[in-house]
Design a protein around this ligand. Structure first.
Ligand code: DMJ
Length: 625
């Protein structure tokens, strides 16, 4: 109003007489006022529309026509993924074996993961699942002959070695029952153990397996210090070796004893390897943190749902993320999970970055929905009072907010909405490939909203349409005829985000979540989304000898890089294959995927093991208490 009256005053001073003709008001002045008012109306309308859609008053859904194809089509698509795996692996065998990874344009090899043939080891279990006996037999001698040593003065990265090599060996053992693989896994797990020689017991970044000494900075990141319990507990279970099991118990105890009051009960990203305490207040489920959170739920599931400390941590983490890190974009209602840093108690900054790595998170939520009685946590011995005892009042309030809803519903809506955004970051690009990171427009006139606020508003207004962000969306495309970079940049405003890192590194996280959501909901849309991703990979990433990471995915003419990471075979192609395969060969209540997609079988500790290994009461099945 005040802007309007200023403008009015400029053109019609209060001392001006009241009749137009007699008062000499020119047509030009009237035209200016009318035009100005029109512009104001447009701005007001578009702003209120954005605000309304962000708070869920206007649920927006595009009409997407999903094909109705005969179900048999999926078996044929699974076969196409198997062929893609064969192309990739044969290229590796031909040009790179026994080195680590294939450079699929130059047909050379790279050795970034210890020179122990990481692609072969990472691929073993996928070969077994796809029935590729010949490739499997050809890879075995490399593994059997490896002594996991390195040239003097070099170190292996603990985390990558555990998830790719140890996870790969253990999974192949579980699927084949070949005890030689277990012997190698035991040997490797033992060789890596100097990593735990820190004051706290958290593993250090690297180990010189030649001299058996650890090396690395005094501060570690969550993903690297807390993503090995699955592998070491299963190794302990199948070898019967106390030292392996003790390592897995130690990490849970260490994390459980940390003071998490200032981080809302969630693990922050940096940790002090001497004191075992958090060193920052950066909260994220993306790079450097991701699998540290993933392993809370998965450790609970792997141990046949007996490890209550990890379950409690999963509930605390997801509650804090849902209340604080999930947002919805102003125009397209894209739901995303981001990160935030707290510098002083009241100085918290949200980045609004959305990383491809974070796209594993919706799959984790979906897994939790399937496996946990989220609306009856008391039946698992979870006491919310106890769970929130050390939290600040503002964080405790987040639990009250969620208690107004079915927790299972909220987790599933968040999973579906975020996974859809992961898909849109692929479908919006001319290549159909998803960039490594995008940044959502959140400043200035862009009123981005906490997703839970939008959910509450949607609920208050009678739950019209799908929950915020869950309904179908059409891909964004650039309006035709734009030439200058400025024009093209401006056009992306309607997309709600800018592309921050323009490469697709053949990563699995999006299709991993599609697979989980397909298994949990049975909704064929997840298969179609995965199929579109696979087609884009075939179109843009294929080379004569394999598949490569792709740069400039947001352009019509992308650039092929020259690297085929081992996780493309271990994870991306495995999840796509399982997504299209009709038979559920790895039921989620019997198998748990490590963070490199290596399935490990769920197991229970026997009463003797529980006593011998000195488990804390929290780990004991209720029957034993
Ligand atoms: C994989 O090596 C693992 O999934 C890890 O946890 C992080 N991401 C890469 C693949 O993107």
């Amino acid at each position: 109003m005040s802007v309007l009256s200023t403008v009015w005053g400029t053109f019609f001073p209060t001392n001006m007489p009241l009749s137009f003709h007699r008062r000499g008001i020119s047509f030009r002045r009237i035209l200016v006022v009318v035009t100005f008012s029109f512009v104001l109306c447009i701005l007001y309308y578009s702003h209120s529309r954005r605000t309304q859609s962000a708070t869920g008053f206007v649920p927006e859904e595009d009409v997407v026509i999903w094909p109705t194809e005969p179900p048999e089509i999926w078996a044929e698509r699974a076969a196409q993924v198997k062929n893609a795996f064969l192309d990739a692996y044969h290229g590796y065998e031909r040009y790179a074996f026994p080195h680590d990874e294939l450079a699929p344009l130059s047909n050379a090899s790279t050795n970034s993961f210890n020179r122990w043939g990481v692609t072969a080891v990472d691929s073993l279990d996928t070969m077994l699942l796809m029935g590729l006996k010949d490739e499997y037999e050809r890879a075995l001698p490399l593994i059997m002959n490896s002594n996991f040593s390195l040239p003097v003065n070099t170190a292996v990265p603990f985390f990558e070695t555990v998830i790719r090599y140890l996870g790969g060996l253990l999974s192949a053992y579980a699927l084949s029952n070949d005890s030689r693989l277990l012997t190698k896994a035991d040997e490797l797990g033992t060789k890596l153990s100097p990593a735990f020689n820190t004051e706290s017991g958290f593993p250090v970044f690297g180990i010189n397996t030649y001299e058996g000494v650890e090396s690395g900075p005094p501060i570690g990141v969550l993903a690297e210090i807390a993503s090995w319990q699955l592998e070491y507990s299963y190794l302990g279970k199948v070898t019967g070796k106390k030292e392996h099991v003790e390592r897995a118990i130690t990490i849970t105890d260490l994390l459980n004893n940390a003071n998490l009051t200032l981080s809302g009960g969630m693990y922050p990203t940096k940790w002090d390897l001497a004191t075992g305490m958090p060193r920052d207040l950066h909260l994220s489920v993306g790079a450097a943190a991701d699998s540290g959170h993933e392993y809370t739920l998965k450790q609970y599931l792997l141990t046949a749902q007996t490890d209550k400390e990890n379950l409690e941590m999963y509930i605390r983490m997801t509650t804090h993320v849902i209340n604080n890190l999930i947002f919805i974009s102003p125009q397209r209602q894209l739901v995303y999970v981001t990160d935030m840093s707290t510098y002083k108690l009241e100085d918290t900054r949200v980045s609004h970055h959305f990383e491809h790595l974070s796209c594993f998170f919706p799959g984790l939520l979906a897994l939790g929905v399937k496996m946990l009685p989220l609306d009856d946590l008391e039946s698992l011995g979870i006491d919310v009072e106890e769970l929130t005892r050390d939290l600040l009042p503002r964080d405790r309030r987040g639990y009250e907010t969620l208690s107004e809803f079915s927790l299972a519903d909220v987790h599933l809506w968040a999973a579906e909405a975020i996974a859809q955004t992961c898909y849109m970051t692929y479908a919006d690009q001319p290549t159909g490939l998803g960039p490594e990171a995008v940044v959502m427009r959140a400043g200035g006139m862009f009123r981005t909203t906490l997703w839970m606020d939008a959910v509450r508003a949607w609920d208050r207004h009678g739950r019209q349409g799908s929950p915020p962000g869950v309904g179908d969306k059409l891909p964004w495309s650039e309006p035709p005829g734009l030439v200058s970079t400025r024009e093209r940049d401006r056009a992306t405003i309607s997309r709600d985000y800018g592309v921050r890192n323009i490469a697709y590194y053949l990563r699995p996280e999006a299709v991993e979540s599609f697979y989980m959501l397909w298994r949990v909901t049975g909704d064929v849309r997840w298969r179609y989304r995965g199929w579109h991703v696979f087609q884009a990979i075939e179109r843009e990433a294929k080379t004569p000898s394999g598949y490569t990471c792709v740069d400039r995915v947001h352009m019509k003419v992308p650039v092929q890089l020259d690297l085929m990471p081992s996780y493309f075979l271990a994870e991306t192609l495995k999840y796509l294959y399982l997504l299209f395969l009709d038979e559920d060969i790895l039921p989620l209540d019997r198998w748990v995927f490590n963070t490199e997609a290596h399935p490990l079988p769920v197991f229970t500790w026997t009463p003797e093991e529980l006593t011998t290994y000195g488990f804390a009461e929290e780990h004991l099945p209720s029957a034993m208490l």
